[in-house]
Structures are given as structure tokens and as C-alpha cells.
Design a protein around this ligand. Structure first.
Ligand SMILES: *Cc1c(COP(=O)(O)O)cnc(C)c1O
Length: 357
């Protein structure tokens, strides 16, 4: 049976990424050696690293004055690395969910943290608006897509201070204006590659301003100066990322991906809104293009376990909702084909036929 992978992360990757990486693991560039056993300083791998950086710059239209680096430690390490490098006195945070909270917790180790707004009292079902960003903050931190709660910022914020963004789960999903950001980071395992590599896009002029000493490995400048080769980089995930970026480019780049993502999300949200058995959990204007959260309406609440079982039997993998929301979450990242989204819709309609009162 065909499986449709709706997992939130690690999650679906393009077949090209999986097959291309598998081939490189068996035989890298017809070298007779595995990608896993070659030196990261070999010509062959240097070309992979160069291509990764080039494709990031090209596909996101990254302006001059920014560096792209690849690190270990996941997005979670960036929760502390960003304030370590940028927070001198005070930082502002928009609290839109679990990951934003974790980021704030780390920042508090380095200085004052101002929570400019939060949707916590409503279980993070919307993105707060009309808040004020303190002009004397060192930066303003946002989570552009809230993987757990299913909300997303659909535009780039105008911030009077450098904007720092966790884009773990929506990088390359929509067109962004990188010039509006000071720092963008994310773990690879939602939209790019297997876990193990973290991307960071940073505006160079923001670095070197804090007065505290920064351990070598946690200083962005170390990795910029050494082309992400200060120590051994995670070569397999970086190679996989290159395969994904090649695929993305061949698909027409980020604008084409955004169009497709909107189509996929629209048909699924339309079904959730139409089908009397289901309802969405988030404010319509803030609904994520990547993580579609929904529950059963009160009238059908007792059928939740049955629908989950039904969906699994039809090959829908990973749609159980996160425990903080309940119900269902269909993650429909870039690599998710529209046919799989349609298969989930068909499944919802079939279940409706069986159970609608
Ligand atoms: C998954 C996720 C993280 C955590 O990433 P790790 O690489 O596991 O540390 C952080 N932020 C967001 C928005 C995520 O979706």
C-alpha cells in the first residue's frame, strides 16, 4: 500500500533526496568511496559545501553582506547561540508557541527578555498582532511557522531592530525578503534534509558587538571564517540538503513551491471547513501552509480514535495531532505531493459518508 507521510518532523523528503543520498553513500561521484568515509576537506566534498551555500543564496535571493553557515546542534542550539552572539542587554520575543518558549528560556540566560505579545491564553491558536517592538532591543525574535500549533506568519515583519527568525518548519516554503532579517536559522529535518544539520543565514554586520567572550564553537564568526569547516560538518545531511535544493530549483524555485503549497493547503482547509465531522483549530488568517491542525467537531468527538485508525489503514502516516493540541495534524511540507493531500481528503470524505448523522 502506498504510504503518505504526514509526519511533522523528521518528515517527508523528495524521492530525489533519498535516492541521490543513498547512491552517494554507496559510491560518491564514482570515486569508489562512500560519502560517509571521505574527508570533509576533499575536493569532492568541498564542492558539495560550495553548492549548498550557492543554492541557499540563489533560491532565497540572499543579498550581499549575509553569510550562510551549516552547524550541528539543531535549531535548539540556536535558541542559545543567537542570544550568545547578539544579546547585550535586552531582546524582544513574540511568543507563538512551544518553540518560541524554548527560545525565550535560553535568551533569559543572557539578558532581559521582553515578551511583546503572546497567544498562550488561547492555546496559541493565532499569531498576535498590533504589538510594539521596543526600539532599544538588541533584536526581535519570531518563529515564522509554529509546527506544533499550526499557525504561520505569512508576511515578513517590519522590525525597527534586527529580526531573528526560527524558520525550521517553513524555510523555502514561501518567498521571503531576507533583507528584512538579521538572522534566520532552522533545523533541516522539516523541509530540507535528515536531522543533523542546522542552517544559519546571518547579516555579518550584526556580529562582534556583544561584550561577553563567546566560546569558539558557539561564535558564528568561527564558522563563517572557516566556511562551516572549523570542525567536521555533518556531511551526509549537507549532501542531502543539496539534493533537496537541486530538486527545489528544478521545480521552479521558491515561488513555484509557494504556489503549490498554497494549493495543497487550500484544498485541505476547504475540506476541513466543509466536512461536518471536522474543524480547524487556528484563526483562519494565520493558518499554516505546512502544518494543518484539525480536530473533530463536538458532535463527532467520540469518533476521533476511529478516524485515526481508518486513516492509518488507508496509508496516512503521522497524522496524529501533537499532545498539546490533540486531534490531527497533517504536515504537508514542500516534498508532499498534491496527490497525497487529495488522498487524505478522500479519506475524510469516505469517513464522512460512513458516519455523518
Ligand atoms: C522542530 C523545530 C525546532 C527544533 O528543532 P531541533 O533541530 O530538533 O532542535 C525548533 N523550532 C521549530 C519551529 C521547529 O519546528
Amino acid at each position: 500500500m502506498k504510504k503518505h507521510n504526514f509526519s511533522a518532523g523528521p518528515s517527508i523528503l523528495p524521492q530525489q533526496t533519498i535516492k541521490g543520498t543513498a547512491e552517494a553513500i554507496l559510491d560518491f561521484n564514482n570515486s569508489g568511496l562512500s560519502l560517509m568515509e571521505i574527508s570533509h576537506r576533499s575536493k569532492g566534498f568541498q564542492a558539495v559545501m560550495d553548492e549548498a551555500i550557492e543554492l541557499f543564496k540563489e533560491l532565497l535571493n540572499i543579498p550581499e553582506g549575509y553569510s550562510v553557515i551549516f552547524l550541528g546542534g539543531g535549531a535548539s542550539l540556536q535558541f542559545c547561540m543567537a542570544p550568545f552572539n547578539l544579546l547585550e542587554k535586552k531582546a524582544a520575543y513574540l511568543n507563538t508557541g512551544t518553540w518560541a518558549n524554548k527560545a525565550m528560556k535560553e535568551a533569559k540566560l543572557f539578558g532581559e527578555v521582553v515578551e511583546v505579545a503572546t497567544s498562550k491564553p488561547d492555546n496559541y491558536t493565532y499569531i498576535p498582532k498590533n504589538y510594539e517592538i521596543p526600539a532599544d532591543a538588541d533584536y526581535f525574535h519570531i518563529t515564522t511557522n509554529n509546527t506544533i500549533f499550526g499557525t504561520e506568519l505569512h508576511t515578513d515583519i517590519d522590525s525597527p531592530v534586527p529580526l531573528v527568525a526560527d524558520m525550521s518548519s517553513d524555510i523555502f516554503a514561501r518567498v521571503i525578503d531576507v533583507s528584512k532579517y538579521g538572522l534566520i536559522y532552522g533545523g533541516a529535518q522539516k523541509n530540507l534534509a535528515p536531522a543533523g544539520v542546522t542552517f544559519v543565514i546571518v547579516k555579518d554586520e550584526l556580529l562582534g558587538k556583544v561584550s561577553r567572550p563567546i566560546p569558539t564553537m558557539l561564535d558564528y564568526r568561527t564558522h563563517i571564517e572557516n566556511g562551516s569547516m572549523f570542525n567536521t560538518p555533518p556531511v551526509v545531511p549537507i549532501y542531502a540538503a543539496v539534493e533537496t535544493l537541486r530538486w527545489l530549483k528544478a521545480m521552479g524555485g521558491v515561488p513555484a513551491m509557494e504556489k503549490l503549497n498554497k494549493e495543497k493547503a487550500t484544498i485541505l482547509y476547504n475540506e476541513i471547513d466543509r466536512n461536518p465531522l471536522f474543524r480547524g483549530t487556528c484563526a483562519v488568517e494565520d493558518r499554516s501552509l505546512m502544518n494543518v491542525c484539525f480536530v473533530m467537531t463536538d458532535e463527532y468527538k467520540d469518533l476521533e480514535a476511529d478516524f485515526l485508525k481508518f486513516a492509518i489503514e488507508k496509508g496516512m502516516d503521522g497524522i496524529k495531532g501533537h499532545r498539546s493540541v490533540g486531534g490531527f495534524r497533517a504536515s504537508i511540507y514542500n516534498a508532499m505531493p498534491k496527490e497525497s493531500v487529495q488522498a487524505l481528503i478522500d479519506c475524510m470524505q469516505e469517513f464522512e459518508k460512513q458516519h455523518a448523522k
